[in-house]
Design a protein around this ligand. Sequence first.
Ligand SMILES: [Zn+2]
Length: 120
Amino acid sequence: MAIAIPNQEAAQLEPMHTLYREGGADRMTAPHVVYREGGCPHANCDQSLQAIDFRLEAFGRAIHDPLVRAWWDDVGFAGRCPSCGDWIHFTIRGKRAVHESEARSLPQLPSNWADEAVIL
Ligand SMILES: [Zn+2]
């Protein structure tokens, strides 16, 4: 019986991730993402955050450009959940709950990011 070895699988996906990332960075493609995990990563929050089109162009170049760069650099950015108000670190690969202290060290979405974003 064949058993998938997670590390091997990850190693195979890595070149694809790099290709995808470099292509997006070259074109300054707007960050939009579909996550495997559907909801807000904070406990007891039912905010849906499965698919997000951040629509950063709505905030002007001064906000758009550094955030798009951070996205494709794999740094990602932090923003508050529109429901529970707690911080989330968004990246190409996933989203996770972070404390405010960690969010402060990351590029940050504008406080009203969810008003412009399309969230499914
Ligand atoms: Zn939440």
